[in-house]
Each structure stands twice: as C-alpha cells, then as structure tokens.
Design a protein around this ligand. Structure first.
Ligand code: PLP
Length: 505
C-alpha cells in the first residue's frame, strides 16, 4: 500500500468507523454465530499474492461484523463501561503511526514526557495525594499499564520484594525460599479474579476475607485475619482493597483498613479499576477517605473514562520499590540522561511500550475536566433512572445499593425465576446483560456502557426486560409475578450464554 492508497483507505476507514459508531443502535447487539463460524468462511492459508485492499475492506462487513458483540451499543449492558471516543481513536492512530517503543526516555522522549504529564493531570483530577504525582515531593508518579490485572501483579511483586529484603536485612542467614511460603496477602471476597491470579503467579498465599452486608471489607475482619495468620507463623505483607468491586460496585473501607496496614507494614494497593474514574467528581471522593495509606492506586480510563482499551493507570508513592526491585540494565538500554526522568521499562513487566498517553491527552483536551465530570454524572443518573423503572414495576428488587453506573437487581421471586429471565433476555437478543451470584443470590447486572446512552435507550432496555419478565411469568401461569419465591424446583430452562461476572472478569 503506498501513501496515496493509504490516504484513500484511511479516509474510507474513518468514514466507516464514524458510520459504525453513529448507527450502532441499528445493529443487533449480540452476534448470532457459533464457534468456528469464521474458519468455515476464510481460507486455511494466507494469500500467496497481494490482494486488492478494496476486497479486504468489503470483507469487514461480510465476515468480521457478524461475529462482533457491539460493546458500544447503548443496549449493551454487560460487565462495566468500556471507553471509546473519537479523540481517543485518533490518539491510537497517531501512536500506531509513530510506532516507537518507549522503554526509556531516550527511546522517544515525547513518549515518556507526555505520560509523566498526563498521569499527573489525571492524578490531580482524581484528587490523589501529591505523593502519588511526579510533580510531588518524593519519588512518586503515575505510569500507564495495559490492564488493572497487570498492575495488581506488579504491585504484589514489588510488595513481596520489599518484605523479603526487609526480613533478609534483619536475619542475614534466612533464605528467600524459606520466606516466600510464609507470606500472605489479603483481599475481599468480592475482589476481582485478577487478584487471586496475581497471588498464584507470584507464588504467595492470598486470603479472601468476608465483606460486610454491603459487600465492603472492614477493618475488624482484616485485623482478625492478621492476628490469626501471625499466630500460625505467617507474614502478612499485602492487601488489595477494592473501590468499586466487579460484582456489585461495592467499596472497601480504606479508612479503617489503611491504619492497620500502616501499623503492620502491609502494602495497601487500591484497585479502583472501574469506579476510580468517578473520583473526578468531588461528590464521590468520600469513598477515597484513607487513600493516604495506600502505596499504590490504579484506575482504568479504558473502562469509565472515555479512552479506548488498553489504558490503565497506576500510581505509586515510592517508585524506587519498582525500579530497584526489577532493575536489569543491559548496556544497550542505557542512556546519558538516566535519572532525570523515569525510564518506564523499570515500572512495568514488559520491555516494550506503546505511546498510549497520546489517546489520554487527546481525550482530556477534547473533553476537559468538566466534560469528563458531565459524562460520569450522566451515567450515574441513567443508572438511577433504570433503578426507578424496575422498582416502580413492583416485581423486581435491587440487590445492592446503586451508587454509580451499575444496577444489580433481580425478580423478587428468586434465583430460578431471575435465571429464567436472563435466558429470555438473551434469547430475545435486543439487549445484553450478564448475571452475578453473591451469597446465594443470583442477580442481573445492568451496566450503563455506551458514552451516548440516552434516557430513551434506558427506557427501551427496561421495556425489553419487562416484556421478557411478562413472558417468564406467563409461562409459569403467574401474570402478576407475585407468587412465592421459587428457589429449588427445577424449572424448564433455555440455554444461556451468560457468564458469572466474578469468575469471568
Ligand atoms: N478490578 C476490577 C474491580 C474490575 O472490575 C476489573 C474488570 O472488570 C479488573 C480489575 C480487571 O481489569 P483489567 O481488564 O484492566 O485487568
């Protein structure tokens, strides 16, 4: 492809993308394909000779789109919000064109410096303590990672390294292999599955602690667990607290947990992958009380802040815990300006890194702080609108408090009937939702996902759910839906393709 052809198809692709996003409501939100659908249609080998790009272009609608789930349709309510905006797409285009691999400042100074500036901008927008910022008083700062999962793993490794170093300094004859089996980390029973995976990968124990009635991890539970584990010779070293859990968007009480971690020399990491974006609005910052006790904090702008995947930001108060822990410095990566700015390769697991700050910069400049706040508040309001609709219906109940852009609800008649409702909704195909299961309660999660979801879209989704509930009750011969709770009889079920959020994400 030469420049002329690139210009032609570049324009065509931009038009295609704009048409796709502007008309996304008209597409069926969920694909209808079965596994292997694409293999049946595409050749087994790559083409021997170059093909005309026009043909490639035509195959997008023919082969790819039928197998796409349209996450940015206003009728997609699965998981959590996923970022997607035009400025962010443009940022990725430019990043791909520059195509630098910014492992050090010298590898492409703009790549590092824009990341330093934009993570500071974002940190200030979220009102993080200044110790987390590059412009703050110490060795703190932000770094862009691919995902929140990668961040938890990295922080767990840094915390592991910190405690092992400390113990070895105090007991020069003890070996690392004798320390690792005694290390124990903690998280709430509501934590994302990535926390357990990090512990598996990091070869340490991770104890899941019971959360309270609001699915929040409280200080007393952590304290009790620490005392019990210490009596058994274990060494508590890490806590992953969640602000906005995956299942119900619950908030651990970091104001209670923080001082305990400080007293026990435990590294507190805060996973605010989804809900952290809401801290751009002062009215949500009360959930951050206690943030000063955290060593690390992470939020995914690629979830709820208008930036396309992948862009997860992690802030650390003392970056030397990362830089010193994983520093491998061959001569070919060194440069004369070392030490004056971060060499981000030390702050992450891979060596290579993309110029991702461009998309954050483009988005922040296009929306401004006020635009991001407006977007967050709109999503929260839409969730409240939906909550009101289901409560007014009378047959539904909410299963946890709706505080952000997620509503957790079910039919009052219990788990089985709610499961049947989801099957009906998925069969219907006009909207998409996923279930979750907490403390024997099966419920549905309606997340407001698309940026431009309107109150009419929310009403539409409610009408679909209502019609599906009518069908479920009509099949049961109970039109009002006010019969007894159905728990254990084996009702006829349609096949469901839904996932359990806690195990899936
Ligand atoms: N933490 C929480 C609270 C989440 O909800 C999720 C995903 O939904 C994750 C972590 C994992 O995010 P990522 O895909 O960026 O690893």
């Amino acid at each position: 492809m030469d420049a002329e052809e690139f210009r032609k198809y570049g324009r065509k692709m931009v038009d295609y993308i704009a048409d796709y996003l502007e008309n996304i409501r008209d597409r069926e939100v969920v694909h209808k394909v079965t596994p292997g659908y694409l293999k049946k249609q595409l050749p087994d080998e790559a083409p021997e000779n170059p093909e005309d790009f026009e043909e490639v272009f035509n195959d997008i609608e023919k082969f790819i789109m039928p197998g796409v789930t349209h996450w940015h349709s206003p009728y997609f309510h699965g998981y959590f919000a996923a970022g997607n905006t035009y400025p962010s797409i443009l940022g990725d285009m430019l990043s791909d064109a520059i195509g630098c691999i910014g492992f050090s400042w010298a590898a492409s100074p703009a790549c590092t410096e824009l990341e330093v500036i934009t993570t500071d901008w974002l940190g200030k927008m979220l009102a993080l303590p200044e110790e987390f910022l590059h412009c703050g008083p110490g060795d703190g700062g932000g770094v862009i990672q691919s995902t929140a999962s990668e961040t938890v793993f990295l922080c767990l490794l840094a915390a592991r390294n910190k405690i092992v170093d400390k113990i070895k300094k105090e007991n020069p004859y003890i070996e690392e292999k004798d320390i690792l089996p005694r290390l124990v980390g903690y998280c709430t029973d509501q934590a994302n599955s990535s926390v357990h995976r990090s512990a598996l990968l990091g070869a340490v124990k991770m104890h899941k602690l019971d959360s309270d009635a609001n699915f929040s991890l409280r200080g007393n539970n952590l304290k009790e667990a620490i005392e019990k584990d210490k009596k058994q010779g274990l060494i508590p070293f890490f806590l992953c607290a969640s602000l906005g859990t995956t299942g119900t968007c619950a908030f651990d009480n970091i104001e209670e947990l923080g001082p305990i971690c400080e007293a026990e020399n435990i590294w507190m990491h805060i996973d605010a992958a989804y809900a952290g974006s809401a801290f751009v609005c002062p009215e949500y910052r009360h959930y951050m009380k206690g943030i000063q006790y955290a060593e690390t904090f992470s939020v995914n702008p690629h979830k709820w802040m208008l930036v396309n995947f992948d862009l997860s930001v992690m802030w650390i108060k003392n970056s030397t815990y990362l830089v010193d822990a994983f520093n491998v410095d061959p001569i070919y990566l060194r440069h004369t300006n070392e030490g004056k700015v971060p060499d981000y390769r030390h702050w992450q697991i891979p060596l290579g890194r993309r110029f991702r700050s461009l998309k954050l910069w483009f988005m922040l400049r296009s929306y401004g702080v006020s635009g991001v706040q407006k977007y967050i508040r709109k999503h929260c309001q839409l969730a409240k609108d939906f909550e009101k609709l289901i409560l007014d219906d009378g047959r539904f109940e909410v299963t946890s408090k709706t505080v952000m852009g997620l509503v957790c609800f079910r039919l009052k008649r219990g788990n089985k009937v709610t499961e049947m409702l989801l099957s009906e909704v998925l069969e219907d195909g006009r909207i998409y939702m996923i279930p979750a299961f907490c403390r024997d309660v099966y419920f549905l999660r309606l997340a407001v996902v698309a940026e431009r979801t309107t109150p009419d879209d929310i009403r539409y989704s409610f009408e679909v759910i209502k019609a599906c509930a009518d069908r479920v009750f009509s099949n049961m011969g109970d039109m009002d839906g006010d019969g007894p709770v159905v728990v254990d009889i084996d009702l006829p079920r349609k096949k469901t393709t839904a996932h359990d959020t806690n195990s899936h994400s």
